[in-house]
Design a protein around this ligand. Sequence first.
Ligand SMILES: C[S@@+](CC[C@H](N)C(=O)[O-])C[C@H]1O[C@@H](n2cnc3c(N)ncnc32)[C@H](O)[C@@H]1O
Length: 258
Amino acid sequence: MKEAEQGKWDADHYDTQMHFVSKLGRGVVELLGPVQGESVLDLGCGTGSLAGQMALLGAEVTGVDFSETMIEQARLKYPELLFEVGDARTYRSGRKFDAVFSNAALHWVPQADEAARTVAEALRPGGRFAAEFGGFGNVARIERAIHEAVREEGIDPEPRNPWYYPTIGEYTGVLERAGLDVRFAERFDRPTELPGGEEAIRHWLHAFAGSFLAGTDAAARERITQSVEERLRPELFRDGTWTGDYCRIRVLAWKPQG
Ligand SMILES: C[S@@+](CC[C@H](N)C(=O)[O-])C[C@H]1O[C@@H](n2cnc3c(N)ncnc32)[C@H](O)[C@@H]1O
């Protein structure tokens, strides 16, 4: 998988229009509860906002992300922190971490067993893993509207769909196969106000739905965007605000002591 296949990440746009993602991820930092001096691997760290927050709490954070543009931005924002380009499926480091953290990234990695092995390998015995990402049913309405709109353009959406939204039953099995001891898992609806007023769905598509639009010309992109807006407006647009039909999974798991 290349970055282009999941849509190229636009780091500036992510930080100006999609900052709600890391803002809402602060609850996951609380779930992890990093303390002074702990080493933490932030898997799929994006532009590093939550890595920066964990560093403020005294953790010694390493951020890893698949996207070079996101890592470049993270390094600019937090030159004192360590960031590496790496793939959650294959990343290996010589060291063991006290904790692995991940927010809003693992639903971009359908090879969940591979990512879970990365987590297990990165943790020291007794280390913990806290993560949140899209769960079964996440943005189902938005996803359906995108599928319908791209089909109208003669494009098959299925092979372009980059997302993995498991149930907690599926996902706790993934973690257990990797040898982790799951002590907490929940899936919950989180209707999410999207910033940008009338333009918010456009911003969202630009940030997250690039793979569906790859190879299309500007006119086709505009038709797809308008079609998605029209399909979703009755359900998700109210009083000038778009609300995404988000549904999240949160998990907390431990690597057993040796
Ligand atoms: C929605 S952003 C979340 C970023 C950050 N965790 C936050 O809360 O703002 C998703 C991130 O997952 C990264 N990602 C997607 N697939 C990945 C993979 N296989 N390995 C590592 N990172 C990946 C993307 O590059 C992107 O930066």
